[in-house]
Design a protein around this ligand. Structure first.
Ligand code: BTN
Length: 330
């Protein structure tokens, strides 16, 4: 994907004001020719952005677009008075993957717990089980949070459950009602995926554990990207939710900090019951698949460690592991 920076980013930022702006004015402001402006506009269109071009009026974005902005983000976060953490935000126009960026910084030992990386687009967005995560420019939220947990890798096992609850909390705050959770960490609305979570770990069994918590939340997925998604999906736009993106990031961060603080104190001992209330497959016949083996059973819910419990031949068994996929048996 083309990188968005320099004059291209300046042109896009000018278009975000939502009015027609002429190629001549843009060119004069940036000290470039109208032809160079037209070239930048074309490459923005190539990224999937729809831009009207009208003779004598100039260019205008077909859909309003609000961009992530470091200052607005920090202000929105600061204004949420009951926040309990000290998050710091890094905003990128494009990046390979917000998770990869934090993983690189872990290896360079250059990070504070609570660092958030967000981007308008990812050129190599990653999903669970080695899948690609469609990340077109400006359309969705690509978010990663770095958390340092002092107690070793084993304690980190249930974190993705707490993160799913945090995303649910955030969605409730912004007005979504019918959100359900699919083990281990998909966020569903009426069976369609609205958000996904990818938690990556680095650490020793006994030493501190570095966690990168990646969240992809669909806001207004363009049809060009949606054609490449092989599962049923939805976005906030289709759910009639319109929220300013910086406020969304700030709200999500506060929700995440609250759930992580609760996890650090008591693991899932309280939260697993809440998760079970939101379980999308409660009481359903489901199939668990590792790629090599599959198990079927009635979905009971999760246990205190975050494993999924299946009733099989009258017995309840728990299964753990990030690479297991789950689906309803039809
Ligand atoms: C899933 O497969 O459901 C997990 C998707 C996680 C996507 C997010 S987008 C932000 C972060 N960066 C990535 O490369 N992946 C995660």
């Amino acid at each position: 994907m083309t990188d968005i920076s320099g004059n291209k980013l300046k042109i896009l930022t000018a278009l975000c004001a939502g009015e027609f702006i002429s190629g001549q004015v843009l060119g004069d402001e940036l000290g470039i020719s109208r032809a160079a402006v037209a070239k930048h506009i074309q490459s923005l269109c190539d990224l999937g952005l729809e831009i009207y071009k009208v003779t004598n009026k100039g260019y205008k974005l077909a859909q309003p677009l609000n961009l992530l902005n470091q200052e607005e983000l920090s202000n929105a976060y600061g204004a949420l008075t009951d926040h309990i953490g000290g998050a710091q935000f890094d905003v990128f126009a494009t990046i390979d993957s917000t998770n990869s960026e934090l993983m690189r910084r872990i290896s360079q030992q250059n990070l504070n717990s609570g660092t958030v990386v967000v981007a308008e687009a990812q050129t190599a967005g990653r999903g669970r089980r080695g899948r690609e995560w469609q990340s077109p420019f400006g359309a969705n939220l690509y978010y990663s949070y770095y958390w340092l947990l002092q107690d070793g890798l084993a304690r980190a096992m249930g974190v993705s459950i707490a993160v799913g609850l945090a995303v649910h909390d955030c969605l409730r705050i912004i007005g979504m009602k019918n959100v359900a959770l699919k083990w281990p960490n998909d966020i569903l609305v009426d069976g369609a995926k609205l958000a996904g979570i990818l938690v990556e770990l680095d650490g020793q069994p006994e030493g501190p554990c570095h966690l990168v918590i990646g969240i992809g939340l669909n806001l207004a997925m363009p049809s060009s990207a949606s054609e490449r998604i092989d599962q049923t999906w939805t976005d906030l736009k289709s759910q009639q939710i319109d929220i300013e993106k910086n406020l969304l990031v700030a709200t999500l961060t506060v929700c995440l900090e609250k759930r992580l603080a609760s996890y650090a104190k008591a693991g899932l001992s309280q939260m697993y019951k809440e998760w079970n209330e939101l379980n999308a497959f409660k009481g359903e016949l489901i199939s668990l698949n590792t790629g090599e083996r599959a198990w079927q059973g009635m979905c009971v819910g999760i246990d205190e460690q975050g494993g999924i419990c299946l009733r099989q031949d009258g017995e309840v068994k728990s299964y753990y592991g990030g690479e297991i996929s789950l689906r309803k048996v039809t």
